[in-house]
Design a binder for this molecule. Structure first.
Ligand SMILES: Cc1ncc(COP(=O)(O)O)c(C=O)c1O
Length: 471
């Protein structure tokens, strides 16, 4: 008859039934006890190990609960075969055609990576952020260890309301504002709360792929609307007959134009006439070069038609995964109850730390510092392009933000991307932001510059110039 003799520590901290359960579980997992065998009866094993019957029974019950054994009709327990799913094992060998993603990143990350989305990691205020994180962790457990307010930490919402008032002219109450985990999450929340999947939505063409992806996957009926020199075409928007539009007026993504005040007013007028909604994505308006500040659409929105989206990904840190949504009061009143059924997606610890970062004035100082840094990087990049590449290229959309497009005249981006790799540089095609990617002009490449120093930008452009035009 099957029996076993584990070494149990009767004077230790770990209860005996857990020690026994773990011992038997290990024997099953390592194949020493195989499927189909019966465990000794509770009485027999208790006698053998000089344990109480309760201890053995508790260990067996745990094995039963976790699916390692089944109990038989006439008493006793039988070991079950291990399911693949129950015992996931890391594959030892990988398919050579699918190298692990982290290796790809590491091995292929070039020296000069013009990736859009990188910020100046080299200038990140680590010490201040660490002290805010540490202080957040020391806060009363009730405020940071639970789920938190579904709308987000109130004090953080207060700080953000003040920030958008001072920097973007937006007047809102903290209860009109709720925290989301990045712009894609914000969009999916808006669609769910307002039921927008049942209505057509217009979007700039080309337009931000991140948002387009969410809207498509949620089953929204998308209407791409072409751009003019100053942003979305209002005439084309009228002809779609839709009532909801997503726009990036302060820095159109990816083309980069800034919508002038007159057009903003006409767009608001469009929304007022049809009781429509404008979703304004104001993702990088902190960083403006050579252009006048223009109030956000939300700041001009007297009739409550604008939903405002803001994010900390550019101004502070993509890894915070923290953004915010400001709803018009009528919409907020409509969805408040629904919203209370959602758990807040951003960790209260991160919310708390960002609140402290703002409260101590670190955030305002950081944004001021980053404005100077990105301004310098932007100048280094555009000067280098003009001096080195001259008439061979046209710079598109360089008034603000952390990326620009380059029209490399009469060339195609497949070749340009490949040549760039040869000199340890990486540039990108913006084609995924077009509704039909093949409609993106093939001479366009996209350069993000937030993550490269002035020197790297100059050296990178130097290399691109040589390999694109002088080989
Ligand atoms: C148009 C646009 N909106 C928003 C974002 C920011 O997204 P998130 O808040 O998810 O980082 C980006 C940046 O990548 C963007 O290009």
């Amino acid at each position: 008859m099957l029996s076993f003799t584990p070494l149990l520590n009767k004077s230790g901290d770990i209860p005996l039934y857990i020690q026994l359960y773990k011992y038997i579980r290990d024997q099953i997992e390592t194949g020493k006890l195989s499927a189909g065998l019966s465990l000794p009866s509770i009485r027999q094993l208790a006698q053998h190990l000089v344990l109480s019957k309760n201890t053995v029974e508790s260990a067996y019950n745990q094995l039963l609960a976790e699916g390692y054994v089944e109990s038989r009709a006439r008493g006793g327990y039988t070991i079950l075969p291990l399911e693949e799913l129950l015992m996931p094992k890391l594959p030892v060998e990988r398919n050579a055609s699918h190298p692990p993603l982290h290796q790809l990143e590491k091995h292929h990350r070039p020296e000069y990576d013009f990736r859009y989305g990188d910020i100046a990691f080299d200038r990140f205020p680590h010490e201040q952020w660490k002290s805010c994180i540490a202080q957040a962790l020391a806060s009363p457990p009730s405020s940071i260890l639970g789920y938190g307010d579904p709308l987000g930490f109130y004090e953080l919402r207060q700080e953000i309301a003040q920030y958008v008032f001072q920097t973007r002219g937006v007047v809102c109450h903290p209860d009109q504002l709720f925290i989301s985990a990045g712009t894609q999450h914000a969009i999916s929340m808006i669609v769910q709360l307002l039921g927008l999947q049942h209505y057509p939505i217009a979007m700039e063409e080309p337009g931000y792929f991140g948002v387009k992806t969410v809207l498509r996957n949620m089953g929204c009926n998308l209407h791409p609307v072409t751009l003019e020199q100053d942003g979305i075409s209002l005439e084309k928007l009228q002809t779609t007959g839709v009532n909801t539009v997503y726009v990036t007026p302060s820095h159109q993504f990816p083309i980069g134009m800034v919508m002038p005040i007159q057009k903003r007013q006409r767009l608001l007028q469009w929304a007022a006439e049809r009781n429509g909604l404008i979703i304004e994505d104001d993702y990088d308006s902190e960083f403006r070069y050579n252009s006048q500040p223009i109030p956000s659409l939300k700041a001009l929105d007297k009739n409550e038609h604008v939903i405002y989206l803001g994010t900390f990904s550019k101004s502070f840190l993509p890894a915070a995964r923290l953004s915010y949504i400001i709803l018009p009061t009528p919409q907020m009143n409509k969805v408040r109850d629904k919203l209370s059924n959602y758990s807040q997606a951003v960790s209260p610890m991160i919310q708390h730390a960002i609140w402290l970062f703002m409260k101590y004035g670190f955030f305002a100082r950081h944004v001021r510092k980053m404005k100077r840094i990105y301004q310098a990087r932007h100048k280094a990049l555009t000067d280098a392009i003009r001096v080195r590449m001259g008439d061979c290229v046209e710079i598109i959309g360089d008034q603000s933000g952390m990326h620009l497009l380059l029209n490399v005249k009469k060339r195609n981006n497949e070749e340009l991307l490949r040549l760039a790799e040869e000199v340890n540089c990486r540039v990108y095609t913006p084609s995924k932001h077009w509704n039909i990617p093949s409609e993106c002009p093939e001479s366009y490449v996209m350069l993000g510059f937030g993550g490269l120093t002035e020197q790297q930008l100059q050296e990178g452009i130097d290399r691109l110039n040589k390999v694109w035009f002088h080989q």
